[in-house]
Design a protein around this ligand. Sequence first.
Ligand code: SF4
Length: 93
Amino acid sequence: MKNKTQYHYRDTLNYAPVDVVKGIDLITKSLVKADDLAPPEYELLPKCKFCKHFSSGANSNYKGSCLGFAKPFLAYPDMIAKTCSSYIKNEHE
Ligand code: SF4
């Protein structure tokens, strides 16, 4: 049986950031670190870095390109994609 992927709190829908290092777990209401692993049942927050159309920059972890529209454009990995009409979750996420 395949284990369910665990995401960092900052990459889940069940997390509300307070600042860059910590936030609130919306299920337990506890203060957690953004980079800690969330429980496996927590849902992935759609972000460009999880999208099939995102191409990461060769020389940077902080920017890449969106290839999901007619013209490629600069995209940031942590850009929230909840309202993007072209978001398609990468199969390996
Ligand atoms: S299609 Fe949308 S979610 Fe995907 S990389 Fe482009 S802007 Fe981000």
